[in-house]
Design a protein around this ligand. Structure first.
Ligand SMILES: [Zn+2]
Length: 95
């Protein structure tokens, strides 16, 4: 589906098709202004859920452009082992 971006300066409608430009990408209008592409919050995620393609960097396919994680410590890779449940009765040895 094509998205419509209306120039706020002259009202010209620009149609953008897949692969959609990323938010912040620039679009040159016939009136000489440069428009910054913006999408309503959540739209990118919705479009991606439908399989829409976006222009993007080579290796960030799974990264939501609205939710770039700040640099921080990596999550624990190995979850801790489950605690031993002391309420489980030990089975008596069978003969
Ligand atoms: Zn314009």
């Amino acid at each position: 589906m094509a998205l419509k971006i209306t120039c706020p300066h002259c009202g010209t409608e620009h149609r953008v098709k897949e692969p959609y430009p990323l938010p912040g990408a620039e679009l040159h209008c016939q009136c000489g202004r440069t428009l910054a592409i913006t999408y309503p919050k959540g739209l990118v995620a919705r479009l991606r859920a439908r399989g829409a393609l976006f222009e993007h960097g080579k290796d960030d396919e799974d990264t939501d452009v609205f939710a770039r994680a700040p640099h921080g410590p990596p999550p624990d890779e190995v979850p801790p082992p489950p605690p031993i449940d002391p309420t489980v009765p030990l089975r008596p040895p069978t003969r």
